[in-house]
Design a binder for this molecule. Structure first.
Ligand code: ATP
Ligand code: MG
Length: 468
């Protein structure tokens, strides 16, 4: 399957058919290149049944229909496409009429989701260039260039040039199985270059999330940035603060749950983007010696689990990224006299509410995240039935993994993790022995309950008051 593509890459000049336009300077359309079926490696067998169904039904109804974006890019790179995006000249309403199993979603950017069981095909109507005649209900841009609404329809060429990167503007035409390359994306795939279409600074201003997408694709595809694509990112990074937290949550999941979280994290830091997403975590990186190791290990574990097809939860990831902030806040509260348990609660509350100003975290993740933190306080207390109760907590496993992470990162001294490993693996007899050991080692006493602090007077004043 890949053979055809490499053959094509070896002699691109001969095999490409230039329909119109030429290789213009940056920012202008290099024009369309059509790569016929016998000159590329992308076979219909790579596409899902639902994706083909959508394409054929649109085509048979007389509309243009293309597969576009990541699925074509990844197919050309010999990777399994993650999902399938369809572009068409049918309006969302027309698409809705063709598919009973579909619904129109989005306001800023209206598209249709066509559902087949668990698979969703995203169908997008060609976007065009807005002009003054288009009312604000179709197209809207803020004074500083941010696209607030982008629902003006256009033709396929306009659509292609409004996409983000050249390698994402490749269209597979169901009418004749050719690939339409509008922005010289194939040669960028060949040289493994991530290049923004048009003027990068303008495109980032229109939609700052494109900076995150740049990082995501660079990490996932192992591509280098074109110089002009890379240049404005650091300076423009603060524009991410304009993006609604709900959209950033979706984007952060894509960044960290695609199997390249560690590389992505390093790139985000390098381009000053991480601080825009997780400001407190970023501060902790320069304040706490173990924070970097904690994040890097958490992200590397996530990548390894995805590699092994094991489940990952955003709760664990957020628990790790927010933890150093929680620890610092808890320490401050305890210095002010608050006992450990309420201090942890209050610290968690504060850290989460600061984070929510940037990235929303749905309750289904923030609740288990806080349970993972709470359990960190229970894991050292193993006397009596406590170890057994902790072991039965639904979040025990995640909390135990989190404890190991903290030990490995050097936040706390190792030992407790090993005890819990042995406790889980042991039979009843081993467990009794381990409980005895914990008791004899002077296991940490139970933290004090929340109680108004009373000045305790030392009997006789012996031992001396610090201020005495
Ligand atoms: P993935 O493999 O993650 O699905 P993708 O390139 O398909 O990568 P999607 O988010 O599925 O990314 O978007 C589909 C296509 O829509 C992209 O390839 C790109 O052409 C276009 N696109 C998506 N988001 C933007 C954006 N913010 N600005 C411009 N074009 C975009
Ligand atoms: Mg996609």
């Amino acid at each position: 399957m890949f053979k055809g593509f490499t053959r094509f890459l070896q002699r691109p000049g001969e095999r490409l058919k230039h329909l119109f336009g030429s290789q213009d300077g940056p920012g202008e359309s290099p024009g369309l290149r059509v790569i016929p079926r016998d000159q590329h490696s992308v076979s219909r067998r790579l596409f899902s049944e639902p994706a083909l169904k959508v394409l054929y039904r649109l085509h048979n109804a007389g509309y243009e229909a293309y597969l576009v974006g990541g699925c074509i890019r990844d197919s050309l790179l010999g990777k399994q496409p993650k999902d399938f995006d369809v572009a068409t000249d049918a309006t969302p309403e027309e698409v809705r009429e063709l598919f009973r199993n579909s619904r129109i979603i989005g306001r800023r950017f209206r598209i249709v989701h066509v559902r087949f069981g668990r698979e969703v095909i995203e169908v997008t109507t060609f976007r065009g260039k807005p002009n003054e005649d288009h009312g604000e209900h179709l197209s809207q841009q803020s004074d500083d260039g941010l696209l607030l609404r982008d629902n003006v329809w256009g033709d396929v060429e306009e659509d292609a040039l409004r996409r983000d990167f050249t390698v994402n503007a490749l269209y597979y035409n169901i009418a004749d199985f050719s690939i339409h390359d509008w922005a010289d994306g194939v040669s960028d795939i060949e040289s493994r270059t991530l290049r923004m279409i048009g003027d990068p600074a303008t495109r980032y201003r229109e939609d700052p999330v494109r900076m995150l997408r740049a990082i995501r694709f660079a990490a996932k595809l192992d591509f280098d940035f074109a110089a002009a694509t890379e240049a404005p990112i650091r300076e423009m990074a603060p524009l991410l603060l304009q993006i609604p937290p709900a959209r950033l949550f979706d984007e952060v999941l894509k960044l960290f749950l695609a199997g390249h979280a560690l590389t992505t994290f390093r790139l985000l830091r390098d381009y000053d983007l991480f601080a825009m997403l997780f400001p407190e975590a970023d501060e902790a990186l320069s304040e706490l010696p173990w924070a970097e190791a904690l994040f890097e290990r958490a992200l590397a574990n996530t990548d390894a689990r995805i590699q092994q097809d094991r489940p990952v939860t955003p709760a664990f990831l957020f628990a790790a990224l927010l933890w150093p902030g929680v620890v610092q806040r808890q320490a401050r509260l305890q210095e002010d006299g608050m006992p450990p348990v309420p201090a942890l609660q209050a610290a968690a509350q504060q850290a989460v509410s600061r984070q929510l100003q940037h990235i929303s975290i749905p309750k289904r993740f923030s609740i288990p995240m806080r349970e993972i933190w709470d359990l960190q306080q229970r894991l050292p207390q193993r006397r009596g039935r406590r170890a057994i109760q902790t072991r039965e907590h639904p979040r025990f496993r995640a909390a135990y993994d989190f404890l190991l992470l903290r030990e490995e990162a050097g936040e706390i001294k190792p030992g407790l993790g090993d005890w819990w490993t042995a406790f889980q693996e042991g039979d009843e007899h081993d467990q009794q022995r381990l409980l005895g050991k914990a008791a004899s080692q002077g296991d940490e006493p139970r933290p004090r309950k929340r109680r108004p602090r009373k000045r305790r007077r030392r009997p006789g004043g012996a031992g001396g008051d610090q201020h005495g």
